[in-house]
Design a protein around this ligand. Structure first.
Ligand SMILES: Cc1cc2nc3c(=O)[nH]c(=O)nc-3n(C[C@H](O)[C@H](O)[C@H](O)COP(=O)(O)O)c2cc1C
Length: 386
């Protein structure tokens, strides 16, 4: 099974990752991964860091002549900002003369993290809890994404809302999704051409205005994005045991992204307010093929894929670092002070949607490997018989 680990601080020398359990024979290149890293850095409302560095990955092991060889894959992304932080983030020395951060920012890991690990300098918490870590997650997960693509399973996403601005013409978007047929990446490519990854152009303009307004007033915004997975066979995951339930595993992966506070499978929340007859997806037959009239369940029944597209929604809270400061307590002096501001995004929902696409990839790849198995792509494809 595929596992991955990430290490590295936001302002440290580099981010590193290890991906273990990838079958052999999957064609992959740094360029392919860099494209996903680039997508993670886009979106209207990002902060200064996106301007100072373009992430690129170096593959150090586990790939030979452009293909995975089954051994652990090691990857590295250099932090170009490191040169400005060599003293503050030094590996050696005592830290003498370096200012300690003692004011925790509301909405961040700062307070609980400092208490938990007994730090008198919150920098230790800030630098690892930061969403900078997701650059390496995207890099690691792209290996699983490629495996899925080789099995004709495609992951796409787009943004449904930013702050109070919601997409309006859902029917038009649904038609686009249906038109994308077996390749939901088509939806993603369309979304990539929008600065806020919205498929509704009037909502896009209103969302950009909302972000501008929020920036002007020193505030921030969150939003909701949708993940669509096409080409998924029936019966991935299982209903037999809690830790094999695919819906639970997908929700965990999405919820583990910084600032994601809600996850929904299909129309989960809206369905809760409806009658069963309005919710459950009736069966139909088309040329003896078993199909559904609707997909309100988001492609999952009994914690397994049911052959329809998987549809997932994730809600991101507004960015917690505000130019307009919130009240905080200085842990050293125990006095009420204003929270600190550190270079920050105003809105990162478009980027989060790309991270969302990435983190579900190893979950789905593992479900595929669990069902069909295979030490190499060839073996997997023979068993999967596409
Ligand atoms: C792509 C992305 C970019 C983010 N950028 C920022 C940022 O610039 N400033 C900030 O305060 N929080 C940012 N966050 C959110 C914080 O990392 C997150 O809210 C914080 O670590 C606390 O974790 P929690 O919200 O999961 O409780 C970002 C999150 C993501 C997914």
């Amino acid at each position: 099974m595929i596992r991955y680990f990430t290490a590295g601080e936001s302002h440290g020398k580099a981010l590193v990752g290890i991906v273990e359990g990838m079958p052999a024979g999957i064609e992959i290149s740094a360029e392919y991964i860099n494209h996903q890293l680039w997508r993670r850095q886009q979106g209207y409302g990002r902060g200064g860091r996106m301007k100072i560095e373009t992430d690129t990955v170096e593959i150090l092991s586990g790939v030979r002549f452009g293909k995975t060889i089954g051994s652990p894959i090691a990857v590295i992304i250099q932090n170009r900002d490191w040169k400005n932080w060599t003293d503050k983030m030094a590996i050696e020395g005592t830290g003498a003369g370096i200012e300690k951060i003692s004011v925790p920012r509301p909405g961040h890991a700062d307070y609980a993290g400092a208490k938990k690990y007994g730090f008198d300098d919150i920098r230790n918490v800030i630098d690892r809890s930061s969403a900078r870590e997701t650059a390496m997650r995207v890099a690691c997960c792209t290996f699983a994404r490629k495996l899925l693509e080789d099995c004709q399973v495609f992951i796409g996403s787009h943004v449904l809302s930013i702050g109070p601005v919601l997409i309006k013409d859902r029917k038009k978007i649904d038609r686009l999704i249906i038109r994308s047929g077996e390749n939901s990446c088509f939806v993603s490519e369309k979304a990539d051409s929008s600065d806020v990854r919205m498929l509704d152009r009037s909502a896009e303009a209103r969302a950009i205005t909302a972000i501008k307004k929020s920036k002007k007033s020193g505030d921030t915004l969150g939003g909701v994005f949708e993940i669509i997975v096409s080409g998924v066979p029936v019966g991935l995951g299982s209903y037999v045991h809690y830790d094999r339930k695919l819906d639970g595993l997908l929700a965990q992966a999405l919820m583990s992204i910084q600032a994601i506070k809600g996850v929904e499978i299909g129309e989960g929340f809206a369905n809760a307010a409806k009658f069963g007859s309005e919710v459950h997806d009736e069966f139909m037959l088309r040329s003896r093929k078993i199909m559904r009239k609707t997909n309100r369940a988001g492609g999952m029944e009994g914690s397994m894929t049911n052959g329809e597209m998987i549809v997932l929604h994730a809600a991101m809270k507004p960015i917690a670092t505000l130019v307009k400061p919130l009240r905080a307590v200085d842990l050293r002096t125990k006095k009420i002070v204003q929270s600190r501001y550190e270079r920050s995004d105003v809105c990162a929902v478009p980027a989060a949607s790309v991270i969302g696409e990435s983190v579900v990839a190893p979950v789905l790849a593992n479900a595929l490997l669990e069902k069909f198995g295979g030490d190499s792509l060839k073996e997997l494809l023979n068993r999967y018989k596409i």
